[in-house]
Design a protein around this ligand. Structure first.
Ligand SMILES: Cc1cc2nc3c(=O)[nH]c(=O)nc-3n(C[C@H](O)[C@H](O)[C@H](O)COP(=O)(O)OP(=O)(O)OC[C@H]3O[C@@H](n4cnc5c(N)ncnc54)[C@H](O)[C@@H]3O)c2cc1C
Length: 413
């Protein structure tokens, strides 16, 4: 029997509404200020934590909210709608994806040390994967983790890492899901391990860690930076999963994160759509007619609305699949099943968001090109995902093609 119900449950609707209400008071009035001042105020992160916006899928006994990924997707969508430059959405989505992988595969000490603090909005647990050799080639990463007694010594460099300043300067705890090589370079993905690397604890930067911040062009309120490791140490109880098997855990984290990235982009797209609708009603010309009366203006808006609706359903379906796989652990599902859906969601969400913003800018005309219109902040935030953040659009297409057509036919390297 086919049982399709595309509606959210009453509880899910209430959850979304309560977050919307909170963010419309706490975030929406300050998103432009945050973007222009290049900072998420620490108290905003604290308040978002108190509202239960982080570690939503992590069980309550580890300081999470005991929810699921559909709720996390609803939360991230609302955050991006209320901060369409997507800085706080980046912070929220990272702290809803990677903490869950730590919860699933980490050792008790690391889980107890990190998860409750992240859940409260007093800490950060992001992803440190990309290196200068090319973020698409995870299997080629060169940062090393050498075991010495109970410690691993880390050497190397990670680039384009989100949340560096927030993690290391603003919060009580700054940490990352770090991918590093414990095996030989020629072993490629089979030589990678994953760690819960703590870079800042109560204001003290871990010895051997240096960092710098990049001058990025958008989503200014959250920083993007480099992490340099020079004999930085990690306790062996912060190894996540087994040595040399970290690649597979990282891929699970990327898939979950991509579902939430998609939710962020559709929230940002919804904001853009609503600006276009409003402006098309208000702007009048040619005998005082609203520009919405010209099909050249209203049809592109209609097309964007249709794509947003379709993409939102795709994202919710992917989030529900993540719940079946990771939370309910339903039989017949395995982590790899999410790859196709998460990547398909990201292809659609980012390209739909981009089309939405382009349409809004064309609807605004020359006004869109002024700082005052603020659409450029939305454009530059979403652009980060079009150019590569959380995996490039080509890599998303490669994953969908590989899962659909077959690994033996589709070569990615
Ligand atoms: C704002 C921002 C924040 C980020 N935050 C983080 C973070 O927190 N943590 C983190 O680890 N990384 C982060 N990244 C890095 C991001 O994951 C990478 O940008 C992404 O993986 C692409 O890597 P790259 O930029 O090195 O591009 P490259 O890998 O050099 O790719 C360049 C181009 O070649 C294409 N390409 C490469 N290989 C293939 C292939 N096999 N088939 C087809 N096309 C291919 C890509 O699609 C891309 O268009 C962030 C990036 C940005 C822009």
């Amino acid at each position: 029997m086919i049982n399709l119900d595309f509606d959210l449950s009453q509880d899910e609707k209430l959850f979304k509404e309560s977050i919307h209400e909170f963010l419309s008071k706490e975030l929406s009035p300050i998103w432009i200020k945050m973007d222009s001042e290049r900072k998420i105020p620490t108290e905003v992160i604290h308040k978002m934590g108190e509202q239960g916006l982080f570690a939503i899928a992590v069980p309550e006994e580890y300081g999470g909210q005991g929810g699921n990924f559909l709720l996390a997707a609803l939360a991230v969508e609302e955050v991006a709608y209320n901060d369409p430059a997507v800085a706080t959405a980046v912070f929220t989505l990272l702290n809803n994806s990677w903490p869950y992988i730590l919860y699933l595969y980490g050792k008790e000490e690391a889980k107890q040390e990190i998860l409750p603090i992240v859940g409260k909005g007093r800490g950060f647990f992001g992803i440190a994967s990309t290196e200068t050799i090319g973020g698409s080639d995870v299997a080629g990463e060169r940062t090393t983790a050498k075991k010495e007694g109970n410690l691993y010594k880390i050497n190397g460099e990670k680039i384009y890492i989100s949340g560096v300043r927030e993690a290391l300067e603003q919060l009580d705890l700054g940490s990352w899901f770090l991918i590093a090589r414990t095996g030989r370079q020629e072993d490629k993905h089979r030589g990678l391990s994953t760690f819960a690397f703590i870079g800042n604890k109560n204001g003290k930067i871990t010895e051997g860690l240096e960092y710098s911040i990049l001058n990025t062009i958008g989503r200014h309120a959250i920083s993007t930076g480099l992490l340099h490791f020079k004999d930085a140490t990690i306790d062996s109880n912060h190894l996540i999963g087994e040595e040399n098997k970290g690649f597979y855990l990282a891929m699970q984290g990327f898939s979950i994160a991509r579902v939430l990235v998609s939710a962020a982009n559709i929230g940002a797209a919804q904001w853009a759509l609503e600006q276009a609708v409003k402006y098309s009603r208000e702007r009048r010309m040619f005998d005082d007619k609203p520009i919405a009366s010209f099909q050249g203006v209203s049809f592109p808006i209609a097309e964007v609305a249709a794509k947003i609706e379709a993409t939102r359903l795709l994202i919710y379906k992917s989030a529900q699949l993540a719940d079946k796989i990771f939370i309910k652990k339903e039989s017949g599902y395995k982590p790899q099943d999410l790859n196709y859906w998460a990547s398909a969601s990201k292809i659609m969400a980012i390209e739909t968001a981009f089309q939405a913003i382009e349409t809004t800018m064309k609807t605004y005309g020359g006004y869109s090109y002024t700082e005052e219109a603020n659409v450029f902040r939305n454009l530059l935030g979403v652009l980060s995902y079009l150019v590569g953040a959380e995996g490039s659009q080509n890599i998303m297409r490669y994953i969908v093609a590989r899962e659909l057509i077959g690994r033996e036919y589709v070569k990615g390297e």
